[in-house]
Design a protein around this ligand. Structure first.
Ligand code: ATP
Ligand code: MG
Length: 284
């Protein structure tokens, strides 16, 4: 019995979803126009689908797990559980108006026509703000709607804002922050749950490794106490003697957020020849 995983067939989430599986050592081939593909070394079968269909497939249990954007997940409002945020496909669903409009707040939307591919989330935003507006659901190129007189306002996905800008619009209110997430169906057998746990363990190890770097440096022995204090490592740094007496090589792991700060302090403390190496997996 294999765990069935729904991923986007093509589009913005496809590459990153495949890369994540690949980084987890799971080899899945995506043949041209293939609907599904079995991994050769892990009990998983991938289903390649339109992202809009993924929440329904997972709710029905046709796919046991899926990778989908939070925006699509909340719009479809299906009964599935989020098991892990995946850190890619980041964007926001935002209200955008014509560049020349003065928005102020949500009351601006009263009586307006709003074009969107997200009618449920848009209506929810209007309700929360006690505003009445007319929603026009369109499935793509929402940013063109105001230019052709179909709507006054749009509610659309934004990452850089350049698409809006090129169409004479400006983002005025984000209503949802989104990224790709792993979802699961409500009912899993013990065996399926155990495969999912193995997969999640690998995903967390890969993502943790990406946030950390392996650093090596040389240091005169007298500055070791100060340098060791700066380097937590996974337990504590490794210190190896160099062939030249009075010098050591120090190895440790540093996280992305403290990285540049720490490198400056290490140099000031006397570290030389600092090497920074990517980590592939980090098992803790
Ligand atoms: P499908 O054919 O699978 O229905 P689609 O055209 O609906 O694809 P894509 O444009 O490939 O969808 O986007 C998939 C997801 O990527 C979005 O639902 C969203 O979660 C995420 N995403 C990240 N940045 C952006 C962005 N700037 N614009 C649109 N989607 C984005
Ligand atoms: Mg879609």
């Amino acid at each position: 019995m294999v765990l069935k995983l729904a991923i986007q067939k093509s589009g913005r989430l496809h590459e990153d979803s495949m890369k994540l599986l690949n980084d987890c050592g799971i080899g899945i081939k995506n043949g041209h126009n293939q609907l599904k593909s079995v991994a050769d070394n892990f009990p998983i079968e991938a289903y390649f689908l339109r992202d809009d269909d993924i929440p329904q497939y997972v709710e029905d249990g046709v796919a046991h797990i899926g990778i989908v954007g939070e925006n699509v997940l909340y719009e479809k409002n299906k009964s599935v559980d989020i098991v892990e945020k995946l850190g890619f496909g980041k964007c926001r669903l935002s209200i955008a108006v014509k560049k020349t409009d003065e928005y102020g707040d949500a009351r601006f939307l009263e009586g307006k026509k709003i074009a969107t591919s997200y009618p449920f989330l848009t209506q929810d935003f209007l309700n929360k703000n006690g505003v009445n507006a007319e929603i026009h659901e369109i499935s793509g190129s929402v940013e063109l709607a105001p230019g052709i007189g179909l709507a006054d306002v749009v509610c659309d996905l934004v990452s850089s804002g350049s698409t809006l800008f090129m169409n004479g619009l400006k983002e005025v209110e984000p209503i949802l922050q989104s990224e790709a997430v792993m979802v699961r169906t409500k009912e899993l057998t013990e065996e399926q749950q155990s495969v999912l746990n193995q997969l999640l363990f690998r995903i967390r190890s890969v993502r943790k490794a990406k946030r950390n770097k392996y650093v090596l440096m040389n240091a005169p022995n007298e500055s070791l106490p100060q340098i060791i204090k700066l380097l937590p490592g996974m337990r504590s740094p490794s210190v190896l003697p160099l062939a030249e007496t009075g010098w050591s090589s120090v190895h440790s792991v540093l996280s992305e957020d403290e990285f540049w700060d720490k490198i400056e302090q290490l140099k000031a403390a006397g570290a030389e020849g600092i090497l920074v190496v990517p980590i592939e997996k980090m098992i803790v």
